[in-house]
Design a protein around this ligand. Structure first.
Ligand code: HEM
Ligand SMILES: CC(C)=CCC/C(C)=C/CC/C(C)=C/COP(=O)(O)OP(=O)(O)O
Length: 318
């Protein structure tokens, strides 16, 4: 279908590299890695082996890049129609689908091998299941057919948190599933606030995103509910799981309060795109800082500083 080869003959080597880079939707990957790092640090109780960290983040990057590349091949028809995505490498003819698929397969094979050899089989299989879930369940079955596409599809974006935990422990336990749940529940407020702004694009290509089908008011209500449940889920790392402490707690409460406030503003101003934009942008900082909080909270240094502060307070009080 959209297979023009007009521009690729005129590309320099650097431009070709750039095109492959763009194919991986690189701006999203750092946040996926931060969620992986958050769960790795909790799992390792603050002491992560640097080589394991490097391998897991590299393998995670390659798996996510592979999934995004296959998604770009699958969606090249609608990407060509939408203003936001028209200039991606496939719709603009800078890369051919066959080459993109070879690239994605190579990334997946290297990712699996790295994770299997230097971490473990569970981490490697989870990363591969992330690709399959994103491509098959989200991109193929749901994206063009269900208003719940991104709710269920959001599970793919939450899998990197499981990869991180599995890489450290070789198993999956409750805290891993909680970090998974936090990312999973966060995805609807993250994406629907953006979809409110660009729903005309989705409507044009017949992708049934919730704001397109149900309209603005039901969407902001759903965003509100998912935001409340997300913030509530973040607290369960403190109680009942007891894997995170006071630093994470302070961040979870304060960041969560702002998240709820912004969702509340949107709930009461559903037609104002500035509030939708504000919530979308904040959702990214929220996830980033929350995961940084998981890391900092788990560090032995943090525990040491907190102990010193508590001892000082005790001695001051006599
Ligand atoms: C099904 C789930 C998701 C959908 C449909 C979705 C969709 C989107 C879209 C359409 C954008 C705009 C990007 C662009 O302009 O090309 C975006 C931005 C972004 N997403 Fe998501 N997203 C999802 C889940 C996630 C997850 C799980 C993460 C990471 C944990 C994430 C991180 C980001 C970041 C960091 C940006 C901003 C990128 C930038 O600076 O342009 N997203 N998302
Ligand atoms: C472990 C592993 C490999 C996990 C994969 C996780 C992953 C790649 C999640 C991506 C989620 C995401 C940003 C979807 C974009 O939706 P879209 O494709 O509909 O966006 P678009 O409209 O910009 O094309």
């Amino acid at each position: 279908m959209i297979e023009t080869n007009v521009s690729r003959h005129h590309q320099t080597f650097l431009q070709v590299i750039q095109s492959y880079y763009q194919l991986t939707k690189p701006r999203i990957i750092p946040l996926l890695l931060i969620t992986t790092a958050g769960s790795m640090w909790i799992a390792a109780k603050g002491e992560v082996d640097p080589l394991l960290l490097l391998v897991t983040l590299t393998g995670g990057t390659m798996a996510a890049a592979s999934g995004q590349t296959i998604n770009c091949v699958y969606d090249r028809d609608i990407d060509y129609e939408m203003e936001r995505t028209r200039h991606r490498p496939l719709p603009s003819g800078r890369i051919q689908s066959r080459d993109a698929l070879i690239f994605a397969s190579a990334l997946a094979v290297i990712s699996f091998t790295l994770l299997y050899v230097f971490a473990n089989l569970l981490a490697a299989l989870l990363a591969m299941s992330g690709i399959v879930f994103y491509v098959l369940i989200y991109t193929h079955f749901l994206k063009r057919h269900s208003t719940q596409n991104i709710v269920i599809g959001g599970a793919a974006g939450a899998i990197p948190a499981l990869v991180g935990w599995a890489a450290v422990t070789g198993t999956l336990s409750w805290p891993a599933w909680v970090v998974f749940a936090i990312v999973f529940l966060w995805t609807p407020p993250h994406f629907w606030s953006l979809a409110l702004m660009i729903r005309d694009d989705y409507a044009k290509v017949g992708v049934p995103m919730l704001p397109v089908i149900a309209g603005t008011t039901p969407t902001v209500r759903q965003i509100w509910l998912y935001t409340l449940v997300t913030v509530a889920a973040t607290f369960s790392l403190i109680y009942p799981l007891h894997v995170s402490g006071v630093i994470y707690g302070v961040l979870a409460v304060s960041l969560g309060a702002v998240f709820i406030y912004k969702a509340w503003q949107l709930l009461h101003n559903p037609e104002d795109r500035n509030f939708a934009k504000g919530l979308f942008l904040y959702s990214i900082s929220y996830m980033m800082l929350l995961c940084v909080g998981m890391v900092v909270d788990s560090l032995p240094f943090t525990h040491h500083v907190l102990n010193v502060v508590v001892d000082k307070a005790h001695s001051l009080m006599g």
